[in-house]
Write a protein that binds this ligand. Structure first.
Ligand code: ZN
Ligand code: ZN
Length: 457
């Protein structure tokens, strides 16, 4: 499946006259029209149509030779290619450079984060001890275990994998295993089996995770965890709060669980952690909620990032040129109406993006999931739209579009935003080394018009 796509990088008509380009176009057309008649109009990836207009095979060939193919369209999703096909390509063919980089990356990113978090925790606990022993760091999300899990990470960052090991620290090894698992789509069961074998072979102590569940728990201390919330198959309600224990939807009577599914035989599951009901019954629909508050708090734990969170007030020049939302009227009028909020530059201003909702963006591949992203606009323009700094808040299950029911799915996020706006959350700021009351406001939503209609109901 891994085809040579170097022909797609063409420069001018001279390139397009070459045989390599013509052969490439033929290869593409063959792929695109593999299972359909040459007369069926398909989205044309030429630089003029840009997948917006459809052409039959003959016209498409013409367009691709005359106007050239859009070279950024290197995964042919609109013509039936999917990620998996792309990933499962012959391993001998892949260039490998990318993969090597990927396996080296995660720990390098993580080490500074953990030491920042450790410093933050040290300072926070001493501040809290001085003031008020009952204050709970990160009031929502029940972070009582936070310090213990975090200390494990800090310990493991230094701990030898086995006595005398010079290649890996324990944390580094576990993270790289998790990374391999995720990037190669290992199943939970296969991962547990691998961990068991490792335990047997190297006689690891109890500090090394013995199964998939324990390994997953590892990342929780960094606030990366998410919550699964069952939802009604017809998008009426979420099974939370007053509906948490319902067996069927109180509005449409649809059952909460899929019928006749036995998940059982879960010999590898971590007993203390698994709700017995959940192992035997599979919910019809699951909303994944990535709590926002710990993620915002984490932005301030990183001493590098927290400095940038003040950018909009401290470093942004007011010279009448529009280069950031902070220069806009909406931003300034918020400052005037809520001077209390505006006083602290660290208070977070968020934009909500629901671009994924656009049902027409990619007609041929069915979406399974609709993500809701948040953008922290405190950051400078070159940072706030980087994927690293965007916050994933919700994954709404498909394949049915959430449509106007989106407000049902947004509930957990709205609850968090209310808390952040009304009372705020105690947060440690690694830059000034103090705790402050972080508040947040949702300034904008970014979306196309169909999604806009859905959001505003
Ligand atoms: Zn075209
Ligand atoms: Zn329902």
């Amino acid at each position: 499946m891994n085809r040579d796509r170097s022909w797609m990088n063409h420069n001018g008509i001279q390139d397009r006259r070459k045989t390599a380009y013509k052969l490439g176009v033929d290869d593409f057309l063959q792929f695109a029209f593999k299972e359909i008649s040459n007369e069926t109009p398909l989205k044309c990836p030429c630089l003029k149509c840009r997948l917006l207009l459809a052409q039959n095979r003959k016209d498409m060939q013409c367009h691709l030779l005359v106007y050239g193919i859009d070279s950024s369209y290197n995964l042919w999703v609109s013509h039936g290619e999917n990620d998996e096909q792309y990933d499962n390509s012959d391993e001998a063919d892949t260039e490998g450079t990318e993969e090597v980089e990927e396996t080296e990356m995660p720990f390098d990113d993580m080490a500074p984060l953990i030491s920042d978090a450790k410093n933050a925790w040290n300072s926070t606990s001493s501040v809290l001890d001085d003031n008020d022993n009952t204050t709970d760091y990160g009031s929502s999300g029940g972070n009582n275990e936070y310090p213990k899990e975090l200390m494990t990470l800090v310990e493991d960052m230094e701990a030898e994998l086995y006595p005398g090991c010079t290649t890996y620290k324990r944390l580094e090894f576990i993270i790289s295993l998790l990374h391999n698992k995720v990037s190669n789509k290992w199943t939970d069961k296969s991962f547990t089996m691998l961990l068991k074998s490792l335990h047997r072979a190297f006689n690891y102590d109890k500090h090394f995770p013995a199964n998939d569940n324990q390994a997953k728990k590892y990342t929780r201390a960094l606030g990366l965890d998410y919550v699964k919330i069952d939802a009604c198959i017809n998008h009426c309600i979420l099974y939370r709060k007053e509906f948490a224990n319902e067996e069927k939807c109180p509005k449409c009577q649809a059952p909460r669980w899929k019928e006749n599914v036995v998940h059982g035989g879960d010999e590898y599951s971590d007993d203390e952690d698994v709700d017995v009901q959940k192992t035997t019954r599979v919910p019809q629909l699951i909303l994944r909620h990535f709590p926002l508050i710990p993620r915002l708090q984490r932005m301030f734990i990183s001493s590098k990032l927290t400095r940038h969170m003040r950018w909009h007030k401290v470093d942004n020049k007011d010279d009448g040129i529009m280069r950031h939302p902070a220069d806009s009227e909406a931003w300034k009028s918020l400052d005037t109406i809520f001077p209390e909020f505006a006083k602290d530059a660290r208070n977070v201003r968020l934009g909500l993006s629901s671009d994924g909702f656009n049902p027409g963006a990619n007609m041929s591949s069915r979406y399974n999931i609709w993500p809701v992203m948040l953008v922290p606009y405190n950051l400078p323009p070159w940072m706030c739209m980087k994927s690293d700094n965007m916050i994933l808040s919700l994954l709404i299950p498909g394949p049915k579009s959430p449509g106007n029911d989106i407000d049902v799915f947004l509930q957990p996020l709205i609850d968090e935003l209310k808390e952040l706006w009304e009372s705020g959350v105690k947060t440690f700021d690694a830059h000034s080394k103090e705790t402050f009351n972080m508040r947040a406001v949702l300034l904008w939503t970014i979306n196309d018009f169909p999604a806009y209609a859905n959001l505003s109901g």
